[in-house]
Write a protein that binds this ligand. Structure first.
Ligand code: HPA
Length: 303
């Protein structure tokens, strides 16, 4: 085989990983032809937070393995279903289980569902995740509204928008200073206060790392000094792609553990603790999101 053939094969392979407009449209059409729900809100459930999807009425669910071009979820605590339905009367689509860099997916596949959301007609994306607390005032069980992020893999060139840009999705250089919608953030504060969540509702900066190993003490100290309040392994890539294609974004972290910042500490981060805390606060997080969804409807008058 000539060097030219090898180069052409690897180039077409890497481009085929890019989740083209045509590929995403085919998947969206496949879904739209199988459900009558036309979602305006798309929700992504983090580790142990898949209960939100169970709240949907008149459900129509698709296993990821049955959806053409869709990646598969491999993580314990992530169910791997795309659920369409009504949340308090509002048409929604919910990812019960998401994709992470540490599962070995190319970053384009991790974020492909956001493009499919867009092509399904979604206008607002709500993402949840489990995160480690870096801010020393945070406690396990706090819910942090994400007001901004630090994209560590992005510093090393691992950005989901790297490569050729398809203008049908969005512009070459999208701004990220307005990534997290300020109106939705204020709405969440109001809804949280009404629900009596003031004591454990926070607002802060989320820092993403590739995982799957948890952070060292030095890394946690560094992120904290850089201004991060919480650390995790998801969300930011999806936010970048959702903003690129013009959807509004709101995101929440459930602080499932305190990141270890002290060499005298005997604590160690572990996935079981993450899932257990998820279960303890899941109900409140679900109420916050579902009440917000009702208000988005009032604000925008769009469904
Ligand atoms: N670090 C990274 N990801 C996480 C953590 C953490 O401490 N907790 C939950 N997800």
């Amino acid at each position: 085989m000539s060097i030219y053939t090898v180069v052409m094969i690897s180039l077409s392979f890497s481009l085929s990983l890019r989740c083209s407009f045509e590929e995403c449209s085919a998947t969206a059409e496949w879904l739209l032809s199988r459900t009558e729900i036309r979602p305006l809100v798309g929700i992504v459930c983090g580790s142990g937070l898949g209960g939100l999807a169970e709240m949907l009425k008149d459900q129509m669910a698709f296993k990821y393995s049955d959806i053409p071009n869709f990646p598969q979820s491999t993580v314990h605590g992530h169910a791997g279903r795309l659920v369409f339905g009504k949340l308090k009367g509002k048409a929604c689509v919910c990812m019960q289980g998401r994709f992470h860099l540490y599962e070995g997916y190319p970053i384009h596949k991790v974020t492909m569902p956001m493009r499919i959301f867009k092509l399904l007609g979604v206008e607002t994306v709500i993402l949840t995740n489990a995160a480690g607390g870096l801010n020393q005032d945070y406690k396990v069980g706090d819910i942090m509204i994400i007001k901004d992020h630090i994209n560590m893999p992005g510093f090393a060139g691992n950005n989901p928008l790297a490569g050729p840009n398809d203008e049908r999705f969005g512009v070459r250089f999208p701004s990220m200073s307005d990534a997290y919608d300020r109106e939705l953030l204020q709405l969440a504060q109001g809804v949280g206060a009404e629900l009596g969540f003031g004591d454990f509702l926070r607002e802060g900066v989320y820092c993403v790392l590739g995982g799957p190993s948890f952070e060292t003490i030095a890394e946690c100290r560094m992120m904290n000094r850089l201004g991060a309040d919480a650390v995790g392994m998801s969300t930011v890539h999806e936010v970048i792609v959702a903003r690129h294609c013009g959807m509004r974004v709101f995101a929440l972290s459930l602080i499932t553990n305190q990141a270890v910042m002290d060499y005298d500490s005997q604590e160690k981060a572990n996935h079981e603790e993450v899932l257990e805390t998820g279960q303890l606060r899941a109900k409140q997080l679900e109420r916050l999101v579902s009440n917000m969804v009702t208000h988005i409807e009032h604000n925008n008058n769009d469904a």
